[in-house]
Write a protein that binds this ligand. Structure first.
Ligand SMILES: NC(=O)C1=CN([C@@H]2O[C@H](COP(=O)(O)OP(=O)(O)OC[C@H]3O[C@@H](n4cnc5c(N)ncnc54)[C@H](OP(=O)(O)O)[C@@H]3O)[C@@H](O)[C@H]2O)C=CC1
Ligand SMILES: CC(C)=CCC[C@@H](C)[C@H]1CC[C@H]2C3=C(CC[C@]12C)[C@@]1(C)CCC(=O)C[C@@H]1CC3
Length: 311
């Protein structure tokens, strides 16, 4: 999911006659961005239009003069991602900020053994801030034949970025792409040989590590125009939006593409941003990027062939 001035943002789901506004990090970010600058144009990219409208109304109740539009996108469907990209290209000439915030962690289960041993070890704080090795998930396959967590958290965003690339790369005013990773990203959960995480049970950690790797490769390929940020465990969505808002205020050329920017909250409840070096090799990021280009080629070909069949 995406968001930002002259760009896009967070989706909401479920078929419901009176949809409630889902108060995640995406909506908190929109509120904070509009408080910072109510002249921006926000486009909320959401998978469920009812909930997108509810989010828009909620934002307008706080910022009545704000310019907010909505757009439908389901990141777990390549067809939907391609349609959304076409729509974005029709509506806008340039996207200044692209926030890729959507992410799922389906059916999480706590590994009690890891939790109990972590509780009585020196790593207890690390465990509570990263959830490292603590959670397993049950993944499933999408209609595109991909792992759902991988497609939603990584590949859907990747295809979208590439599809709207002409709106992002302007020499005179470069865009900022801010992709939500996590402190839960873990190198050992990811494998280049199984980047969709078909074989493991830590698809979320794997997908967030994949995000970190891709941010580095995208930054290189898009001529230093991409920056990544990550959250730690967030006590409230408002706190979780801290690094996202901080990045909105930064000059991209002063940021280091090998750092992740974490939203943190002190014991006294003060929010701050901390940068930490990512645990990755640039060579792996490039290899992964090439693999995704290949996957994109194959899956888009399959999609257009199946659409031809229906004609
Ligand atoms: N909460 C936390 O502690 C942390 C969160 N993060 C990351 O921050 C981001 C936001 O998290 P948070 O606000 O807590 O999570 P939420 O579950 O509240 O929000 C996630 C958003 O992603 C959307 N989404 C899910 N699947 C799709 C899809 N297929 N297509 C389009 N949109 C989709 C959801 O839409 P819908 O309403 O339709 O489901 C929802 O709006 C995620 O990337 C998450 O991984 C990182 C670190 C910590
Ligand atoms: C008392 C009791 C049963 C505590 C369990 C706590 C855990 C449920 C949390 C401790 C650290 C948390 C955490 C996350 C989820 C919940 C915990 C595992 C995330 C993995 C959520 C999504 C992220 O992106 C990062 C978070 C890191 C910390």
């Amino acid at each position: 999911m995406i968001d930002g001035p002259s760009s896009l943002q967070s989706p909401q789901g479920h078929h419901n006659s009176s949809p409630k506004v889902r108060r995640g990090i995406g909506l908190a970010l929109c509120e904070r961005l509009l408080t910072e600058d109510d002249q921006i144009h926000l486009c909320l990219a959401c998978r469920n239009m009812q909930r997108a409208k509810a989010a828009r109304i909620s934002l307008l109740s706080l910022h009545p003069a704000a310019d907010i539009s909505i757009l439908q996108v389901n990141l777990g469907s390549l067809k939907s991602v391609c349609q959304a990209a076409t729509e974005v290209k029709q509506r806008y000439r340039q996207v200044d900020f692209l926030y890729l915030n959507a992410g799922i962690m389906p059916n999480p289960c706590i590994n009690l053994k890891v939790f109990l041993s972590g509780l009585f070890s020196r790593k207890v704080i690390h465990m509570f801030t990263t959830g490292e090795g603590l959670l397993t998930q049950k993944d499933q396959i999408t209609d595109d034949g991909l792992q759902e967590v991988f497609e939603t958290n990584v590949f859907g965003h990747f295809v979208l970025i590439r599809a709207i690339e002409p709106l992002l790369c302007h020499v005179d005013s470069p865009s900022q792409l801010i992709w939500t990773s996590s402190s839960n990203a873990r190198k050992s959960a990811f494998s280049l040989l199984d980047y969709q995480h078909i074989q493991g049970q830590e698809s979320y950690s794997s997908s967030k590590y994949a995000t970190d790797l891709l941010s580095v490769a995208l930054n290189r390929h898009f001529n230093q125009q991409i920056r990544i940020f990550t959250n730690s465990f967030t006590i409230t969505p408002y706190n979780g939006a801290e690094a996202l808002l901080w990045l909105f205020r930064q000059k991209p050329e002063l940021l280091d593409p090998l750092l992740k920017y974490h939203s943190c909250t002190s014991g006294l409840g003060n929010n701050y941003v901390e940068s930490r070096k990512m645990n990755l090799e640039e060579e792996s990021s490039e290899l992964f990027y090439q693999k995704l280009l290949e996957l994109e080629k194959q899956t888009l070909k399959k999609l257009s062939e199946s659409e031809e069949e229906y004609k």
